[in-house]
Ligand binder design. Structure first.
Ligand code: ATP
Length: 228
């Protein structure tokens, strides 16, 4: 298997406090990587560094075998992400929001957008403005936006948060399909093991800004549950 994303001695400091310390994580191509940690552990901060939204204080991020810098747009185009709550052009429709995003990313494909809307079960009328969408539907639309450019790597920050049980089941099926049928690599954060344990191939456990362990699911089930 090929490593698609790795970090080496990654640090992020705010004022005089290291919120991320010496994180070395490895994500293999095609896998679902569950990024598990309590609130405030540093999950969002790491995902923002991976997607180039913020810069590391020190350390390296390698994406697709290339050193990542915040200016490398060619690398960013290969990543889809939903980090924190999605913001849309509220007066535009779902399709129009995705179209604008695709045009900005330099990849506009009508079929890719309709596929993304279908995969995320967005069945709203085509012209309905996003301001009339429910919160759950906006969360789905955020995922649709993240996949409509057909990225190789998909980063989702607590995507299951706030979804109802049916929505959770549908999203799990979607993540499984994106990984196993569409060949995407998924990096999904959560603060609840049960949300990702039946989905993930590997789990990275983060606490107080440090990566405690990276474990395959079989290791978690057999011996290392005390890390969670
Ligand atoms: P949550 O699930 O609550 O979002 P998290 O694991 O994603 O938690 P982060 O949001 O990455 O955690 O936050 C990690 C730590 O960094 C927290 O202590 C947070 O207060 C701090 N932090 C994050 N952003 C900033 C900032 N811009 N300035 C100062 N401290 C910050």
């Amino acid at each position: 298997m090929q490593t698609i994303l790795s970090t080496n001695q990654l640090y992020k400091r705010y004022l005089d406090k290291n919120v991320i310390s010496d994180v070395n994580l490895n994500v293999q191509q095609g896998e679902i990587y569950g990024f598990l940690g309590p609130n405030g552990a540093g999950k969002t901060t790491i995902m923002k560094m991976i997607t180039g939204l913020i810069r590391p204080t020190s350390g390296q991020i390698t994406l697709f075998n290339q050193p990542s810098t915040t200016s490398s747009f060619e690398i960013r185009k290969r990543i889809g992400s939903l980090i924190e709550y999605p913001i849309f052009y509220e007066h535009l429709s779902a399709y129009e929001n995705l179209q604008l995003h695709c045009e900005y990313m330099g990849f506009y494909d009508h079929k890719a957008i309709t596929d993304a809307l279908e995969l995320t079960s967005i069945t709203e009328p085509r012209m309905k403005p996003v301001k009339h969408f429910s919160l759950g539907m906006k969360q789905r639309l955020g995922i649709a936006r993240a996949i409509c450019t057909r990225p190789e790597l998909l980063l989702l920050d607590e995507p299951i948060n706030g979804m109802d049980p049916v929505g959770i089941r549908e999203l799990r099926e979607l993540f499984h399909a994106l990984s196993k049928e569409h060949g995407m690599t998924l990096f999904i954060s959560s603060h609840i093991l049960q949300e990702i344990e039946h989905l993930a191939d590997t789990i990275g456990v983060i606490k107080e800004g440090r990566l405690l362990k990276e474990l395959s699911m079989s290791q978690i089930h057999s011996q290392h549950r005390d890390y969670i």
